[in-house]
Design a protein around this ligand. Structure first.
Ligand code: HEC
Ligand code: HEC
Length: 300
């Protein structure tokens, strides 16, 4: 695949690369005094230093010129085999990306025996095993910590994985599915149907679920709105639904925040949040150890 948007740059680079080699060969040819077997009279440039250091105009040594010519031949061979002439892929079809994948496959092959021991273990047993925990933690630090934090406690928009509160369910199978296939949490925006005033009343009602300060006079209006628009996903009691990743709104754990302004923002603009699938770059064995490690964080 080419990164160029027009073929011009491809030709431009190819011409410079080939032009450079042609220029080198031309230079060697134009300085071909070395072809004459023995050069008798060495010209002097006429420059003299310190009284007796004269600067001569010797031709370049023969071995040096031959080496230079070989380099030009090597360069041409390289450009035929490997990518180098603009977007021409070369006859070997080499790409750095393919090389990385090959090396990864070779590495996975090599560490396979280490994972062998965990093949028959259940996730709770893996969570107990010291070696499995070490590997799981390292995998977590390398692949997950940038989003969930190195202590797995998450941050705004990135769920805390240690608190036994789950958007998508906390059973070993559910966690394994989350890591393998990823998750896409979508809360639809209601701005077109709900006025900010009504959203604010609904927010009062939502805050009342977890005992946060709320305006009792507006809770009834808020309940009416919640029962109309929100129960389908968050449930009549606001306890959420792991099938669609709708959070429990009653437990005092917040992905985005509990302030009225934040809840109104969620209602009016919606939320769209993605956990990337890991099956594209982790092996099933690695995902099992990660599942054990994550599950172990809240089930000790
Ligand atoms: C690019 C950021 C990112 C990376 C990397 C990432 N995650 Fe996530 N993860 C998320 C987001 C965002 C969510 C929440 C999705 C949602 O809102 O529904 C999530 C959700 C989860 C959940 C579900 C939590 C719940 O409450 O149900 C688990 C488990 C999880 N991640 C584990 C992992 C593991 C293990 C890794 C490393 C292999 C990882 N994540 C890597 C962003 C990330
Ligand atoms: C189609 C299903 C669906 C409906 C309907 C829905 N939600 Fe959500 N809601 C979600 C999902 C999924 C999330 C999590 C989004 C994420 O992972 O980023 C969410 C997140 C939230 C949050 C953020 C919770 C936190 O921890 O920060 C609040 C608050 C919320 N919804 C309130 C409401 C209210 C109020 C309504 C009704 C006006 C509503 N939702 C309607 C699916 C829904």
């Amino acid at each position: 695949m080419s990164d160029f948007i027009s073929s011009f740059w491809s030709y431009y680079i190819a011409v410079i690369a080939l032009g450079g080699i042609v220029w080198c060969v031309y230079l060697l040819f134009s300085q071909r005094a070395w072809l004459k077997r023995d050069v008798k009279a060495v010209e002097s440039t006429g420059h003299v230093w310190d009284g007796d250091l004269t600067e001569l105009n010797n031709p370049v040594p023969r071995w040096w010129t031959v080496m230079y010519l070989l380099l030009c031949v090597f360069a041409l061979g390289y450009l035929v085999l490997y990518p180098g002439l603009g977007s021409n892929p070369g006859t070997l079809g080499f790409t750095a990306g393919k090389q990385v994948l090959q090396e990864q496959a070779a590495l996975n092959e090599r560490i396979q025996p280490v994972y062998e021991r965990f093949r028959e273990m259940s996730i709770p047993d893996i969570a107990q095993d010291a070696q499995a925990r070490d590997i799981g933690q390292r995998l977590f630090l390398n692949n997950c910590a940038q989003c969930h934090g190195s202590d797995a406690k998450g941050s705004r928009g990135f769920p805390n994985l240690t608190d036994n509160d789950w958007l998508w369910g906390g059973s070993p199978e559910q966690i394994q599915a989350t890591i393998t296939q990823g998750r896409h949490g979508v809360m639809p925006p209601w701005g077109a149907m709900i006025k900010p005033e009504e959203a604010s009343a609904i927010a009062q009602y939502v805050r009342s679920f977890s005992g946060l300060a709320h305006d009792p006079l507006r809770v009834n209006a808020g309940k009416r709105g919640f029962d109309t628009y929100c129960v389908a996903c968050h449930g009549a009691e606001g306890k959420g639904n792991p099938l669609v990743g709708a959070p429990n709104l009653t437990d005092g754990v917040w992905l985005y925040g509990s302030s009225e302004a934040t809840i109104v923002e969620t209602i009016l603009n919606g939320r769209d949040n993605q956990m990337p699938a890991q099956e594209t770059h982790l092996t099933p064995e690695q995902i099992r150890l990660l599942t054990g490690w994550v599950w172990g964080q809240s089930n000790r």
